[in-house]
Design a protein around this ligand. Sequence first.
Ligand SMILES: *Cc1c(COP(=O)(O)O)cnc(C)c1O
Length: 370
Amino acid sequence: MSKIIVPFNDLYAQYQSLKLEIDTVINEVIANSNFVRGPYVDKFEEDFASTIGTKHCVSCANGTDAIFLALKALGIKPGDEVIAPAHSWISTTSTITQSGGKVIFCDTTKDTFTIDSDLIESKITSKTVGIIPVHLFGQSADMDPIMALARKHNLWVIEDCAQAHLAKYKGRTVGTFGDIATFSFYPGKNLGAMGDAGAALTNQDDLAIKMAMTARHGGLVKGDHLIEGVNSRMDGMQAAILSVKLPYLANWTKARQEIAYKYSKEIKNSVIQLPKSCEWSDHVYHLYVIKSNERELLSDHLSKHNVQTVINYPVALPFLPAYKRYNHSVEDFPNAYSNQHEILSLPIFPEMSTDQINKVIELVTHFNLP
Ligand SMILES: *Cc1c(COP(=O)(O)O)cnc(C)c1O
């Protein structure tokens, strides 16, 4: 038991489980030299759109670009305000600034870590154009009130699904609620490439065309530059690898959920608060995030016993140096602020062995304050 090492994630284990299939397609892509876009990319776009349940999938270079492309397609103008959660990965909001908009942070809830839908309306002004809920850690934001507010105030919604492939809200797959849904296939995500990759999904034809044009230098046909775009393409190698992995995603998701259920059932320690899974959500546990006032001691204890943990994310967005210009104070986002001091992500990945899972449970359960 003591010799067992539990890394935070194990990307090599996933590669080994699919080695033959992955090596074969990599060689195929090289033999056909379909390096950027091409048939492998077309195929993955089709398969991923049908997996999530949208009409279009516009692939791009990464999940950050997917949000940028979505914002541009929705026609964001300088000074437009976009509401986003105070606790997320910075891509959710850096892209708002990058596309000319203004970030309006909204606090998250204390126990779900997603945007507090009760607070959104108080952030809406005459300049508000949209909301970007994030399905953080793999759990859906509370979409019904968010979509109701968007309809009432005529706002668009971009769902940031970077951590929530196949997560559901009231039985419906996330990514099908808003105008556009963005995904990341960064290697450590629930569906990960072997490099960077991302996609933006939508049911609206005009938005799909605008996003594709922006991603490809402003035109869908080489030489056409109807607008000024950027260069954000998926490469054939990543698309081929993602197509190999996509059929396994449902089982990997189940494996994550089973580990999470076991953690939640068997970890017993009064200084630790287990993650809340809402009754309306199918949480896909990109991360299993516990809370504790003693998280530094706990992470030291785990690390001493070869169990790796991570803090996602140690500083909520409004308090980062990058957003100093807004002069936010702790009282503006009390939940995000208190969560940033208590959260700790335990290892969770589909290839975890029973010994590894049990080791984490045992160490966390028997963690005592000195
Ligand atoms: C990973 C992530 C992104 C960005 O994806 P990249 O592919 O790394 O650019 C955006 N939002 C959230 C919530 C993420 O976790």
